[in-house]
Structures are given as structure tokens and as C-alpha cells.
Design a binder for this molecule. Structure first.
Ligand SMILES: Nc1ncnc2c1ncn2[C@@H]1O[C@H](COP(=O)(O)OP(=O)(O)OP(=O)(O)O)[C@@H](O)[C@H]1O
Length: 720
């Protein structure tokens, strides 16, 4: 058994086997992993990850699996070694499997159940399959909601593999900007945001027989909205056929609802659903040993760095997952780990770093699920997007900084209110979920960079988002469903100021009229997967004939990462290298200039060249790539409302004095001979349409001042 010591700064200098510069060492608290089973300074804790789950509770389903399920005697189910058991054997070894029949019977008997089970017991992957295999869902679909997209996509992949089908067939997923499901889909993993969006087109969720609300303890605003809506939908669908009226709804079966979590206030959920029964899945498959630091850590980044290298140099094989609050911390720790990893004296095991955070392109995040090459240790640096539901193959060690970023709505501070992100201490629920990411394929270790006393003092769970986030989008969505926010039966009532602020914003945007009724504009705004303010801007762009430009700008503003990289000691160089993008009218057209310059670079350069160009101009390429995905999605919604996205309705004169290059596009055009302007040169033009004869001509042309495009780069103004 391992012992952990976190020494003070002074003691750190005495440490013997960590190869780091003296300067760095002297600044940091110290972690030491030794072989002795006991330590004076560190309390190793046997895992009791679920204080809420009484042992031997009468309603418990399943049982602890055999304590030594594998021939190697460690309790592990090795995967890297190639000795992994088949997926079906793995399914049968899960704690939930022993209670399968009882669980199916309970779901059959009840329209709502609350299901509690330890992390890794098999709830998220197995319950939907049991429902499908037992025929409970009839011909309808089973929806499994997740607070985060990475969980929805990775779970769909796992369950599809267990069902030996391809993702998008029987098992699919639906997340913002990405859908893989089809007519055969029976189990669909989707974000809570996507199911709330589905309500807009199908208010009784008629395609679903069972809705599983997973990780309900997170109490996202969308989950709360969903729970409140589900109550009404279930009531409606339980009525006798003739009471539902004619049409499709009368053919529907009652809807079944399952609320799941490892760390849930079960009684509260049960009460909300008219005392629905609570079922417990007992036991966990693999033990997780938890260590708390002996002293509070003032600098969680350097502590995480220390602990990582202690694990790396002293512990056996297994990947490491480090929880950090946000992208900035991830990038900073990535650099430090890389720096020190290169200096390690023995290079027996290389470190492969995988960042994981919401703002990162989806493809990047899914890389963490790839196995690390032989003789390497994967180090995943993640925000709380890796906290619930997911299994990252290979992870044996978790390092938990105890910090997260939390959205907070400041309704009173300004007229309209705004959301802000604050770094906070995590809750007990989060700490337990984080520890639960170790011990998925075998026994695990979790190193908490906070004391046991700090853990004991943590709030059990976070305040529900409905009490701390902007409600504007939700009020609008409910209005589209013909409902009023304050009339819905929520588990926790929202703050009065936030509700007033949401109605006021929507009225100012023209989404509601003076009687608080939804306007046609409001209904169109709700169709955009955007903040209502941005949706309104996109709609207005139709009137001003500038949709392509506005959508580019709004896409950048809606991306979760910042476009401009801010490095405190290089501010002057950053400002200088970005000067060429600056537009005299201000920040919005400057953003457009950056996007257009990047689009040109993307045509001319390969991946490495694009990255280098972004680095040189202190631009975040991830933000540009995310914005590109958002723009493609917005174009589809624009088309629904007849917002023209024809690229190239403006063009600039080229040095040859005859041709014009599209400002949004890459076609070179000439003014059509039928145009009144065809006999003169014009620095810039706008036009109605392009016609293709022996070459491309612009028709319906007017001249405009070139100053409008000032500093928006064109192909002949290459940025070096
Ligand atoms: N992608 C995967 N690769 C390898 N094993 C997996 C994968 N997904 C799930 N498993 C295995 O299935 C087990 C059960 O996972 P599941 O997500 O169903 O648990 P859970 O009870 O929902 O836990 P949690 O509340 O932490 O999500 C995991 O502990 C792991 O052993």
C-alpha cells in the first residue's frame, strides 16, 4: 500500500528523488510516495464513495462482485496487456448484473423509479440495454440524457460495441452540432440540452417510451427543465386514450422515467415524482483507495505537478487523470509537465499529455479514449467534463485539485444581468464522482490535493443551476411550448430577480410583446442554438443584407474559447502582430477580419502552417475551428427562415483592374456586360447574383466605398 506525504516548502528541499530545478522545488509543497502502509502525514482512506447508499438496504439490487474476479489476483481486468475479457463477460461481471431480473421487474411495475448505484456499478451502460432486451420499451426509443456531450458520445460508442452494432444504428447519440442516429435507433444517448430542444418539435416526446435522466444530481438548468416537463408529459400520456383526443398521442404508451445517479439526494427526487420508489444497486466492481493531503495546498497547480511526477516515477503502470478548473490551468500544467518529463533521468516510460475541456474541438476530446502507445503513460488534464459517466480506458490514478469553474448569474448587477464563471471549491458529490473515474477497469488510487477536513466541510452538492444561471433561453423555450416559466413545477424555485430579468431581456429583444406573449420573432429566435441576443442579431442581419458576415462574427462570439490569446508578458507583441486585423469601427469587424484571414490561410497552408500562423498572431485556432462548426450549423437554421447565405454578394477590385474577388468566398468575377457599371473600374461592388457563361459574371451591380472593407484582408493582402 502506498503512503503519501505532502511536505511543507522547507521540507521539500530535502527530498531525494525528484529531478526538478531547485528554484521550482523550493516554491512548492512536496508529495512523497513511499512503500510503507502507514503515514503520519497522510490519511489513506478505504473507499466509501457513497455515503448515501446504506449497506444491505432492503431495496438493494445486485451485489459486490467476487473480490478477486481475475486470475492475476489484483481484481483488475487488464486491457493494455491484451488479456481483456470479452465485452459480454465484462457486462456479466458488473455489480448491476446480479440484480438484472429484479431491476427489470421494478421498472416494469413502476412508471418512475429513482436508481442509485456507486460509480462504475453499470447504471449508465446497462440499464438502457436491459430495457431494450426485456422489451419494456415496446416499439419506442430509450433516451439516456447526459449533462455533457463527451459522455453522450463515448457511452454510445461503448454500448454500441456491447450490442455489437455500429454507432448510429440501434445505438446512437445526439449532441449539439453532431447527431448519429437513424430510423433503427432504439437507445439514444443525448445531452439534456438536445432533449429540451426536441421538446420544441415534439412536446410529448412521442418517439420515446423510456427517458433515463442520468447524473441527475448535477441539477443543470436543462435537467431541471426536463424533469418539470416530464412530469406533465407523463401525466398527459397516462390518460385514457379518449381523454388524449384524436391523433398520434392517443396511440402512445405511458412514459417511463428513470432518474439515476451515484450521489443523489434520492428522497428529494422521489418526493418530486409523487414518492416514486428508490432502488439501490449495491457494490462496486473495483476498489478505489483515496488519499487526502495532510495540509491544505495554496497552489493546486504546482501540487498537481508534484503528485503527478511522484505517481509517474514511483507507481506502476496506469494512466493518470488530473482534474483542474479550466482551460488556462490545463494549458499551463501541460507545459510544466512536458518540461519536466523531458528532464527525467530515466525515460523508461514516456508521458503523453491529453487535454480535455469543453471548448476543445470534439475530435480532440475523443482522443483521450485512445489507448496510449506501449511504454507510455497517458496523462489526461481535464475539467469536470470528465467527472461523470465516462470511463477512460487505462486510467488507474486520479489527482483531484478540488477546484472547478461554476457559472454564476449576476442579475442585479446590471439592467439585463450576465453570466460569469468563478473558480470554486468542488462539492462532495463531485469529489466522489472524480474518485470514481479510477477503478473502472481495475483497482485505482485517488490523490486529493485537499485535506480530509476540507472534504468533510464541502457542500454535499452544488446549488442547482436554476438558482444561479441566466434563465433567458429557458423562458423563451418554454414560451414556444406555450408554457410560462413561473407556472412550471420545478424541484427548486428560481430566484425572482433572475426571472424578471429574463422576461425583460426577451421583451427588449422583441421576442415577447407587452402582454408577455411570444412574438413571431421570438419563435424564430428559439430555433437558433444560440443565446437569444445573438439569435436576434442573426435575424436582424436579414434586413441589413449582411447575414454571412454577422453569422461569422456571432459564431466566434458563441464559441467557448477565446479568440485572442492573452499572454501577460507578451501583450505588446500580441497587439503588434494583430494590428493588421484591427478595423476602425471596432471589435466586431476586427473579429471578422481575423476569420477571413484564417479562411485564406486555411486554403493556402497545411495543418502545421495554419497552426504556426495562429501562433504568430496570438490567435486561438481551437476557437476558429469551433466557430467554423457553429457557422455551418447556423447556416442551416438561417436557410429555414429564408435568410440568404449566398456567399459573395460583395467583391473587391483586383490589381488587374478588371476582375473582382468575392469578400466572402473565393471566386473571381467580372461585372456583367449588361450592367451600367461595366465600363468603369470600382474599388468595391455589391451584386444580386452570379451567372456562369464562359466565365463568372456578377449581375445587378452597385458600387460601394472601399472603406467599408478597410482592413478586412483579401487574397491579395496575405498575412505573413
Ligand atoms: N468505454 C469503456 N471502456 C472500458 N470499460 C468501460 C467503458 N465504459 C464502461 N466500461 C465499464 O463498465 C463499467 C460500468 O460503466 P457505467 O458507465 O455503466 O457505470 P455507472 O454505474 O453508470 O457509473 P458512473 O455513475 O460513474 O457513470 C465501468 O466501470 C467499466 O468497467
Amino acid at each position: 500500500m502506498a503512503k503519501i506525504r505532502i511536505l511543507s516548502n522547507k521540507k521539500a528541499t530535502k527530498h531525494r528523488n525528484f529531478d526538478s530545478p531547485k528554484k521550482h522545488r523550493a516554491q512548492m509543497p512536496w508529495v512523497d510516495v513511499e512503500d510503507s502502509p502507514q503515514s503520519k502525514r497522510m490519511q489513506g482512506k478505504r473507499p466509501r464513495l457513497n455515503g448515501h447508499i446504506p449497506n444491505g438496504h432492503s431495496a438493494a439490487i445486485g451485489a459486490s462482485p467476487p473480490s478477486n474476479p481475475n486470475p492475476n489476483g489484483t481484481g483488475d481486468t487488464p486491457t493494455r496487456s491484451g488479456k481483456s475479457s470479452s465485452l459480454q463477460e465484462q457486462r456479466r461481471a458488473l455489480p448491476i448484473a446480479l440484480g438484472r431480473e429484479k431491476l427489470i421487474a421494478r421498472i416494469r411495475q413502476n412508471d418512475v423509479i429513482v436508481l442509485l448505484g456507486e460509480t462504475g456499478s453499470g447504471k449508465t451502460t446497462q440499464v438502457p440495454q436491459y430495457i431494450l432486451e426485456s422489451g419494456i420499451a415496446g416499439t419506442g426509443m430509450v433516451a439516456v440524457t447526459q449533462p455533457r456531450r463527451v459522455a453522450a458520445t463515448s457511452l454510445a460508442a461503448r454500448v454500441a460495441a456491447e450490442q455489437t452494432v455500429k454507432v448510429g444504428t440501434t445505438v446512437g447519440y445526439s449532441v449539439r452540432f453532431d447527431e448519429r442516429s437513424g430510423p433503427d435507433t432504439r437507445i439514444k444517448y443525448l445531452t439534456d440540452g438536445m432533449i429540451v430542444r426536441e421538446l420544441l418539435s415534439d412536446p410529448i416526446l412521442s418517439r420515446y417510451s423510456v427517458i433515463i435522466v442520468d447524473e441527475a444530481h448535477e441539477r443543470t438548468l436543462r435537467t431541471d427543465l426536463l424533469l418539470a416537463s416530464l412530469k406533465g408529459i407523463q401525466k398527459y400520456r397516462s390518460q385514457p386514450s379518449d381523454a388524449k383526443g384524436k391523433g398520434r398521442a392517443s396511440l402512445l404508451n405511458p412514459l417511463k422515467i428513470i432518474i439515476m445517479s451515484a450521489t443523489l439526494d434520492a428522497e428529494k427526487f422521489s418526493k418530486f415524482f409523487n414518492n416514486a420508489p428508490v432502488e439501490y444497486i449495491q457494490g462496486r466492481q473495483h476498489p478505489v483507495q483515496i488519499f487526502h493531503s495532510a495540509e491544505g495546498q495554496s497552489d493546486y497547480l504546482t501540487s498537481a505537478l508534484r503528485v503527478f511526477f511522484q505517481v509517474h516515477t514511483d507507481q506502476g503502470p496506469g494512466d493518470v487523470l488530473i482534474f483542474l478548473p479550466g482551460q488556462d490551468d490545463i494549458e499551463s500544467l501541460e507545459k510544466s509537465i512536458q518540461l519536466y518529463a523531458n528532464r527525467l533521468p530515466h525515460k523508461s516510460m514516456e508521458v503523453v499529455i491529453c487535454p480535455m475541456y469543453a471548448a476543445q474541438a470534439a475530435g480532440q476530446n475523443s482522443k483521450v479514449f485512445n489507448a496510449a502507445p506501449p511504454n507510455t503513460r497517458k496523462c489526461i488534464l481535464a475539467t469536470n467534463i470528465a467527472e461523470t459517466s465516462i470511463t477512460i480506458p487505462g486510467v488507474k490514478y486520479v489527482i483531484d485539485t478540488g477546484k472547478c469553474k461554476e457559472k454564476q448569474y449576476l442579475a442585479r448587477e446590471t439592467g439585463g444581468g450576465f453570466d460569469t464563471l468563478l473558480t470554486r471549491d468542488i462539492t462532495k458529490s463531485s469529489a466522489n464522482q472524480r474518485a470514481g473515474r479510477a477503478g473502472r477497469e481495475g483497482s485505482g488510487l485517488c490523490f486529493r490535493l485537499y485535506t480530509e477536513a476540507a472534504y468533510n466541510n464541502m457542500a454535499v452538492s452544488a446549488e442547482p443551476e436554476i438558482r444561479r444561471c441566466s434563465l433567458t433561453s429557458s423562458v423563451l423555450q418554454l414560451k414556444c411550448l406555450g408554457q410560462d416559466f413561473q407556472e412550471l413545477d420545478f424541484m427548486d424555485k428560481p430566484d425572482y430577480d433572475s426571472v424578471v430579468s429574463a422576461y425583460k431581456s426577451l421583451w427588449l429583444l422583441g421576442a415577447l410583446n407587452n402582454s408577455k406573449e411570444l412574438t413571431p420573432t421570438g419563435r424564430q429566435m428559439a430555433a437558433f442554438p444560440l443565446d437569444p441576443v445573438y439569435a436576434r442579431i442573426v435575424l436582424a442581419s436579414k434586413e441589413y443584407n449582411c447575414a454571412p458576415e454577422i453569422v461569422e462574427i456571432v459564431s466566434v462570439l458563441s464559441a467557448s474559447s477565446k479568440l485572442f490569446v492573452d499572454i501577460s508578458d507578451q501583450r505588446d507583441s500580441a497587439a503588434e502582430s494583430r494590428r493588421k486585423f484591427r478595423h476602425p469601427t471596432g471589435d466586431h469587424l476586427t473579429i471578422l477580419a481575423v476569420v477571413k484571414a484564417y479562411q485564406e490561410i486555411a486554403l493556402a497552408e497545411n495543418k502545421a502552417g495554419r497552426r504556426e500562423w495562429c501562433r504568430r498572431h496570438f490567435l486561438n485556432e481551437r476557437a476558429l475551428l469551433e466557430a467554423r462548426d457553429i457557422r455551418d450549423q447556423l447556416k442551416l437554421t438561417c436557410a429555414r427562415f429564408g435568410i440568404s447565405f449566398d456567399e459573395g454578394n460583395s467583391a473587391l477590385l483586383q490589381p488587374d483592374g478588371v476582375t473582382y474577388k468575392q469578400t466572402m468566398g473565393h471566386t473571381t468575377v467580372k461585372i456583367h456586360p449588361s450592367s451600367a457599371l461595366s465600363d468603369r473600374k470600382h474599388p468595391a461592388i455589391i451584386f444580386n447574383e452570379l451567372v456562369y457563361t464562359n466565365q463568372v459574371y456578377a449581375r445587378g451591380v452597385s458600387s460601394i466605398p472601399k472603406s467599408f472593407f478597410m482592413s478586412i484582408p483579401t487574397l491579395n493582402q496575405r498575412h505573413s
